[in-house]
Design a protein around this ligand. Structure first.
Ligand code: WTA
Length: 662
């Protein structure tokens, strides 16, 4: 594990700018400054109050059961249905005609507005269809879909019948899909023929077909027709959505499940090659996502006759952000939101801004990597659109550099909308550190402080809090309602990964480095473990290394994340070829890049691959990634005294400069 060095701290630009919350927003804010003290007095009681936001079939008896750490339980004794909370109860409250989803397909004019009443009908139909396909409470269902309304319907239908879903990002390969299906033993897969990306149909079903040749746990594949492209069909397994869902009854009574009933498993990269299945359960997760969505985005959902906010989160439902801040948080809060299928530059580069103008989006949530790419294209493109409706801007996925923050605020937010830089993880389920838009005077680049009811700190190697002005490891010091409950089927790995680093103190170790500034505000610096963050997507170095080594020509591989102007970090790989492969051939680099794409998916494609004769290793045989990172980031190579063979780095550095001259 690398440590947070003084160098990273020094690299943090000295940022003096402050942005006060707009007076009007502050005056009407959902959450005001007193919430911090109120929550701190008795956090469990505070979360108990927040649980009143939901509709429970049976009230809980205990807010937090901490009798067996780190296996915490929340709202024990309580019963509820997540789908009922996200859909039915709004209809029952007279909001059935309110738009839940303004869906925008990538092909222009391919749009659908779906009201809460319609959503309730579709979710009920899908729940009935899944039951008819043999899915029962507790069974797992894999979802591999583009950003179409049926993806959300599928998730809510699973939740409705108590079948935990595992959504696999549509950009992942058949292999990645198969390993996830296999790990959680998913009985049914829900997919589509494809979706539209970059102006053309992009197929999905073939990857499911291929995945099914690698695992035999799947009984049925439910397929939405989206693009109309030809698909291979297996009558024993494949079922069209329009045959079984559209014809099913719209009547479905949701069953109330235990607050700790599993809601979903989301796979994410850890420090080993095997992705971890993060388990989230029902009650605490919904309380956490609903409250934080209300607090951080200041959502005013409106009423039957008064238009409220129009919220848009650009994440894909294949990531946790799509789960917490497209599906569960916003829908539990009765939001009206935009859901967009495609890429930001299709058919032209101003597509996102056109959508904001067209739907009058008021709250916009996206990732720094997207912001940086728009910055590069210049403000002339967004300036063509009227985005005066925007009142709050959110950022998530990686540290946002101050320049991108200020550009976002000025160009997209008209210099009035506050930026909320939200720090959280797949594991935390909900936003943990963020400004409150009506309270906080924001500092560009800082996530500021823990939300009410959340306790975090920055500690040194021993677990002792560092003083203001210093850096260390980011930890969460008390349980929170939407915390992961375990890793699917692996309690030991759960304990080891998150709760052993600062065992004495009982802290949750997030894997990020952070700094407390002179005011005690938090600046997240990025991962301190072997996890990379490429365009806000988590990838593990080991996972990519194993993909490379699975290629017949590769003997050994070392992967590092190097700084990248556009994507935050980029994948850089150093490989040693097998002797029998010779020099690998002219296309070796291309061949290996393709191989990684196929094994994991396009997001993991290395930016650079350097074929080397040796890797820098310590005498005990551990690869010194720190040195490789120096090379990949064009820095002078650091201390090599612990290397078994000190000359190795010279050769690699020379190879690197030769390869970048090509
Ligand atoms: C990083 C995404 C700095 C961090 C919700 C974390 C951030 C990892 C921020 C989790 C932020 C996320 N500032 N870094 N605002 N948000 N990260 O699980 O390294 O895909 O540990 O969850 O992204 O990524 P994950």
């Amino acid at each position: 594990m690398t440590t947070v060095t003084n160098e990273t701290l020094a690299n943090l630009s000295r940022e003096e700018r402050r942005f006060e919350p707009p007076a009007e927003l502050a005056a009407a804010a959902n959450v005001t400054a007193d919430a911090y003290d109120h929550a701190a007095k008795d956090p469990a009681a505070f979360w108990g109050e927040q649980a009143e936001r939901l509709t429970w079939a049976e009230r809980w008896s205990t807010v937090l059961d901490d009798s067996n750490p780190p296996f915490y339980k929340w709202f024990t004794g309580g019963k509820l249905n997540a789908s009922y909370n996200c859909v039915d109860r709004h209809v029952e409250a007279g909001l059935g005609d309110k738009v839940a989803l303004h869906w925008v397909g990538e092909p222009v004019a391919d749009t659908r507005d779906i009201t809460y009443a319609q959503l309730k009908d579709e979710v009920s139909q899908a729940a009935n269809a899944l039951t008819a396909l043999g899915v029962e409470a507790g069974d797992r269902v894999a979802i591999y879909m583009p950003m179409i309304p049926e993806a959300i319907v599928a998730m809510l239908a699973c939740a409705r019948i108590g079948a935990p879903h595992t959504v696999v990002f549509g950009g992942f390969s058949a292999d990645a899909l198969a390993s996830r299906i296999d790990d959680c033993q998913a009985k049914v897969v829900i997919t589509s023929d494809g979706g539209y990306r970059r102006g053309a149909p992009s197929a999905l079903k073939p990857a499911v077909d291929e995945a099914l040749t690698k695992t035999d746990v799947v009984h049925k594949v439910l397929v939405v027709r989206r693009t109309g492209q030809e698909v291979a069909w297996n009558d024993d397994v494949d079922v069209w959505w329009h045959d079984v869902v559209d014809t099913a009854s719209t009547e479905h009574t949701p069953e109330a499940f235990d607050a700790e009933h599993p809601l979903y498993v989301m796979y994410t990269s850890g420090t080993t090659g095997k992705p971890k299945g993060i388990l989230h359960t029902t009650g605490g997760y919904l309380v956490g996502t609903s409250y934080t969505h209300h607090a951080v985005f200041d959502l005013k959902p409106g009423s039957a006759d008064e238009k409220g906010d129009v919220y848009w989160c650009t994440a894909d439902i294949g990531w946790v952000t799509g789960h917490s801040y497209i599906v569960y948080g916003p829908l539990a809060n009765g939001a009206t939101q935009v859901l967009y299928e495609g890429t930001p530059d299709s058919p032209e580069r101003g597509r996102w801004w056109e959508i904001i103008e067209q739907y009058g989006v008021t709250i916009f949530y996206t990732a720094p990597t997207a912001i940086r790419s728009f910055m590069k294209q210049g403000r002339a493109i967004p300036d063509q659109r009227d985005m005066s409706s925007v009142r709050i801007l959110g950022s998530v996925g990686e540290p946002i550099n101050p320049e991108a923050y200020v550009w976002y605020r000025q160009v997209i937010g008209g210099d009035r909308a506050p930026v909320v830089d939200t720090w959280w993880q797949t594991e935390t389920g909900m936003i943990m550190i963020s400004p409150l838009p009506g309270v906080t005077a924001g500092k560009p680049g800082s996530a500021m402080k823990a939300l009410p009811g959340v306790s975090v700190d920055v500690v040194d190697d021993e677990g002792t809090p560092v003083p203001n002005g210093s850096g260390g490891y980011l930890v969460v010091t008390a349980p929170w309602p939407s915390m992961l409950r375990t890793l699917w089927g692996d309690d030991d790995r759960y304990r080891d990964t998150y709760w052993s680093r600062f065992k004495k103190q009982g802290y949750y170790f997030a894997g990020d480095g952070a700094k407390k500034d002179e005011d005690g505000d938090i600046w997240v610096l990025g991962r301190v473990d072997d996890v990379m963050n490429v365009s806000g997507h988590r990838l593990s170095t080991t996972e990519i290394e194993s993909a490379l080594v699975s290629h017949p020509k590769v003997a050994e591989a070392a992967v590092v994340g190097a700084k990248d102007e556009d994507t935050g970090q980029a994948v850089c790989a150093f490989v040693i070829l097998r002797e029998e492969a010779g020099d690998g051939g002219d296309d070796i680099v291309q061949e290996l890049r393709q191989h990684v794409r196929k094994e994991i998916g396009p997001i993991a494609t290395p930016r650079q691959i350097l074929v080397v004769a040796e890797l820098p290793k310590t005498r005990s045989g551990k690869i010194m990634r720190r040195l490789l990172r120096d090379v990949a980031e064009n820095r002078e190579v650091g201390d090599v005294t612990t290397l078994a063979d000190g000359s190795v780095m010279d050769l690699i550095s020379k190879g690197m400069s030769a390869s970048s001259e090509d």
